[in-house]
Design a protein around this ligand. Structure first.
Ligand code: UT7
Length: 321
């Protein structure tokens, strides 16, 4: 039997942290007190205007590939989850492939599932590897969400940040991904979207992120609880035996509510939303890499990663690290 396991992780954040007070100093009608109380966010990273998702992905990928003890040309599948691609086409994954110097003909494509994108990408890569068609996949979440924020909309612009996280997934004799679950319900698309498009040389419609925060909040708490239970049941694993929960990092109150529904204490939850804000598809692999590198996550531990985002999409994976 062929399984898939994570062989290395990496991440990258652009520039210096930007504090809530820095946003106030830039003229946004908000306060550190409001942002911390409602979201838990204290800082985020914002990429310079000439830095793209593939640039951030490249740095994170180099670190993940090095952590796996590999070279870029050892990778035979590249999947990038992003809602802020460098351009309409080609895919950010192929641009990343070029930046990594890969000339081995590896398959490369993007996944668009917004904040659930990394979980979708990981699940797709696992199925490629388990089928025997591919041996080593690079799965990346990379975003420059600052590009799609309306800086005059204080209800959204304070919430998001830029960054990238990556994992190398490789074929293994022992299981590294015990269960996965992916879902979507497109009827909820109006509550979180960037409705605009490019046509006839112009932006048609609204090019900024729009969100009904309270509707998203309620939906997120509900499905994050459900989908975590789904992967636990699928793998016949009790929640008490899970070492770490890594939910999508959007709001500390969503994270706390999700952990409570699962009966997982907060000291088993990896939370980076205070430092990174919401980095959409990058948030889970960023948090995973941070906890691997600071020694909290160790070989053999069980981890639930789970996301929810625009679409709506949601999903989870139960990992045996
Ligand atoms: O990746 C998934 C995407 N997003 C999420 O998961 C986000 C989910 N939603 C949330 O995290 C929360 O709903 C928010 C943090 C977005 C908002 O928190 P809330 O407790 O739902 O606040 P609200 O939208 O009900 O707004 C409450 C008040 C309003 O003022 P009034 O009408 O009560 O006078 C807002 O105008 O807070 C005001 N407000 C702000 N005040 C200061 C909204 N944004 C800000 C701000 N600074 N940045």
């Amino acid at each position: 039997m062929i399984y898939a396991r994570i062989a290395g992780t990496g991440s990258f954040l652009p520039g210096e942290p930007v504090s809530n007070d820095d946003l106030v100093a830039r003229g946004i009608d908000t306060s550190d007190e409001w942002i911390v109380e409602r979201t838990g966010i204290r800082t985020r990273h914002l990429a310079a205007s000439d830095v793209t998702s593939s640039d951030l992905a490249c740095e994170a990928s180099r670190r993940a590939i090095a952590a796996a003890g590999l070279q870029p040309e050892d990778i035979d599948l590249v999947i990038v989850a992003t809602s802020t691609p460098d351009c309409i086409f080609p895919s950010t994954a192929t641009l990343l492939q070029a930046k990594l110097g890969m000339r081995n003909g590896a398959a490369a494509f993007d996944v668009q599932a917004v904040c659930t994108g990394f979980v979708y990408g990981l699940t797709i890569a696992e199925k490629f590897i388990r089928s025997g068609s591919h041996k080593r996949a690079l799965v990346v979440g990379a975003e420059v969400f600052s590009r799609i924020l309306d800086w005059s909309d204080r209800g959204t612009c304070v919430l998001f940040g830029d960054g990238a996280g990556a994992v190398v997934l490789e074929a293994s004799d022992v299981p590294g991904i015990l269960a996965t679950a992916l879902h979507a319900d497109g009827s909820h698309h109006p509550i979180l979207c960037v409705p605009g498009a490019v046509a006839s040389g112009q932006v048609i419609g609204d090019p900024f992120l729009r969100m009904d925060g309270q509707a998203v909040f309620k939906f997120a708490v509900k499905v994050l609880g459900e989908v975590a239970h789904e992967v636990l049941a699928d793998a016949r694993v009790e929640s008490e035996t899970v070492d770490w929960l890594i939910p999508h990092q959007a709001n500390i109150r969503i994270i706390q509510a999700t952990a409570k529904r699962l009966g997982v204490p907060m000291d088993k939850v990896i939370a980076t939303v205070d430092r990174h804000g919401n980095t959409s598809a990058a948030s889970i692999p960023l948090a995973l890499d941070l906890a691997v590198r600071d020694g909290r996550i160790r070989t053999g531990q069980r981890i639930i990663v789970e996301g929810v985002g625009g679409g709506f999409t949601w999903g989870a994976a139960l990992l045996q690290f």
